[in-house]
Design a protein around this ligand. Structure first.
Ligand code: KIV
Length: 263
């Protein structure tokens, strides 16, 4: 069973941390069979499951539902649940309450986006025993502020602010920090500066671990494929081929055949 302290120990032991998103019981079982031990119930489900153009409309109830599906099926993995937009921004009190609801649904930790603006939330949750993963760089809930999904931290001032945010999150108690879509050199600096593990997505090879959206990795979702995604399978193409063959065989009277029939 992967725990938060075990997750953190990987950095000291020099072992890469592998994280993948999952949103349901079936894929949780497949992820675990592959030996991956950290699952993020990402609010990316707004895009890849719900078909929205961003993550902003995802609600607490939806995150609770998917967290229950994943945590109910996970046997060994550390399950981290994303805090959706507006579940932690309004007040420290609401943030702690909503993080607690995700833990009651079965998550072992929560993830939230932002630096200086969320330090008091991270500090309060940590104080009450809720492990928090930070998330810096191209934070998708701020897509409108950035004017699109663009690389962050390219200017020196931005880079320095990101390093300061990372240090402050660690000091506030974050057990790990996701670095999304930032230059590889900046991710390296942050990784070397922190004692807690960094998990990269579009942040180059120097982070302590990596995370990808499961449907991107499997080649299931191709509406928008960022440069940092490497599809390790082409399941959309396989699904299309299977569905077309099924359609053809029913039309031609080849399916169902005798072997799929009861006598
Ligand atoms: O929502 C998500 O899946 C994420 C990862 C991409 C880091 O936040």
């Amino acid at each position: 069973m992967m725990t938060v302290p075990e997750f953190q120990r990987h950095k000291q032991d020099g072992k890469k941390l592998i994280v993948i998103t999952a949103y349901d019981a079936l894929f949780t079982r497949i992820v675990e069979q592959a030996g991956i031990e950290a699952i993020l119930v990402g609010d990316s489900l707004g895009v890849v499951v719900q078909g929205k153009k961003d993550t902003l409309s995802v609600t607490m109830d939806q995150m609770l539902y998917h967290t229950k599906l994943v945590a109910g099926s996970a046997q060994r993995s550390l399950v981290i649940a994303d805090m959706p937009f507006l579940s932690y921004q309004v007040s420290v009190e609401e943030a702690v309450k909503n993080a607690g609801r995700l833990l009651k649904a079965g998550a072992a930790a929560v993830k939230l986006e932002g630096g200086a603006a969320v330090l008091d939330r991270v500090e309060a949750m940590t104080r009450f025993g809720i492990p928090v993963m930070g998330h810096l760089g191209m934070t998708p809930q701020s897509v409108h502020r950035y004017g699109g999904y663009k690389v962050q931290g390219k200017q020196e001032e931005q880079a320095q602010a990101l390093v300061a945010d990372a240090k402050a999150l660690e000091a506030a108690g974050a057990f790990s920090i996701v670095l999304e879509t930032i230059p590889a050199q900046l991710a390296k600096t942050v990784t070397e500066t922190l004692t807690v593990p960094t998990i990269g997505i579009g942040a180059g090879p120097h982070c302590d671990g990596q995370v990808l959206v499961l449907y991107d990795l499997l080649g299931l979702f191709d509406d928008f494929v960022p440069k940092f995604v490497k599809p390790y399978a082409h399941l959309k193409a396989d699904a299309l081929q299977a569905l077309r063959r099924y359609q053809e065989e029913v039309e031609q009277g080849k399916f169902p055949s005798d072997s799929e029939s009861y006598h």
